[in-house]
Design a binder for this molecule. Structure first.
Ligand code: NAP
Length: 266
């Protein structure tokens, strides 16, 4: 069966790569794109894609659904729109595959409940790169033995949310094994606010934003006389595409919300 795919955010850096990936995949058909600006009736008309890309563009998800009946909506948009897109897709029984980051814990819980109630599969992955998932798993394991942890995530300067979804997910995974405790000196004082980074159960998270970067993270685990560094680099957005393809295939076989690629990689 060919999987009918719609992509929200097709004009973006991730979206453009995802459009080409789905177009090339013989088990999938790109049936629509969702935008919020009037950018042309088809992807080709946006001027960003070749002439043969006649996939229709919609600005309303209900209309998109009525006219193109997608099985899956891939969301690569922005933190402001992703919750509404995902909720509406679940209500319309379109399976969301979400790469957009910036969900709150409450939003994730609400969406998980909605997916359960509607029995519509949903995959939300803050990082589609397999190497990044392994980096999180290795850091999670290491934190059992080295529970003093600082995370440094580094991204391009167009990223809207901080800390990154990957850093939040890493901290969340580590917190299952690491007793909550403050790190550093008890009388530590920030002479410049923010110098010690964000505080997640006492773990510190530092967000670097610079032109030239794509997506990078290192987890530093310190012990007496030693330091373990677990690091992953995405040098280009091709690193995320195999995870998107795997998620599109897998979401067709699930009836609940899965958060994180680590639950589906084989
Ligand atoms: P981007 O280049 O800014 O692309 C986002 C695109 O979505 C833009 O074309 C934007 O249009 C469009 N957009 C914004 N609101 C929209 C809406 N309501 N409906 C439809 N389109 C909308 O960003 P990116 O680098 O591709 O990243 C997109 C998202 O994916 C971010 O949240 C990023 O953190 C995340 N990301 C995830 C992974 C992963 O592995 N999960 C990897 C990389 C990035 P305008 O520019 O005109 O506003």
């Amino acid at each position: 069966m060919t999987i009918r795919v719609a992509i929200a955010g097709a004009r973006g850096k991730m979206g453009q790569e995802a459009v080409h990936t789905v177009m090339k995949n013989t088990d999938m058909e790109l049936v629509a794109a969702l935008d919020y600006k009037e950018i042309g009736a088809t992807l080709a008309e946006t001027g960003l894609f070749p002439e043969g890309y006649t996939v229709p563009v919609f600005t309303d998800l209900n209309k998109l659904h009525a006219q193109t009946r997608p099985d899956v909506l891939v969301d690569l948009t922005s933190p402001e729109s992703v919750y509404t897109h995902t909720k509406t897709a679940l209500e319309l029984k379109i399976r969301p595959v979400v790469g957009t980051t910036g969900f709150s814990d409450e939003e994730l819980e609400e969406l998980a409940q909605l997916a359960k109630d509607t029995k519509v599969g949903c995959i939300i992955a803050p990082n589609f790169a397999v190497g990044a998932v392994l980096m999180m798993k290795f850091a999670e394991q290491a934190a059992k033995y080295l529970p003093d942890v600082e995370i440094i995530e580094m991204h391009h300067d167009q990223k809207l949310d901080a800390p990154s979804g990957t850093a939040m997910k890493t901290a969340h995974l580590i917190s299952a094994h690491r007793p909550v405790h403050e790190q550093g000196h008890v009388r530590e004082k920030e002479t410049l606010p923010g110098a010690r980074g964000a505080n997640y159960d006492g773990m510190r998270i530092h967000s670097v934003r610079l032109p030239g970067l794509v997506a990078h993270q290192q987890v530093l685990l310190g012990g007496k006389g030693q330091l373990l560094t677990v690091r992953h680099d995405s040098f280009n957005r091709g690193s995320f595409m195999s995870g998107i393809v795997l998620s599109i295939n897998t979401v067709m076989e699930t009836e609940e919300l899965i958060y994180g690629l680590e639950h589906i990689i084989r």
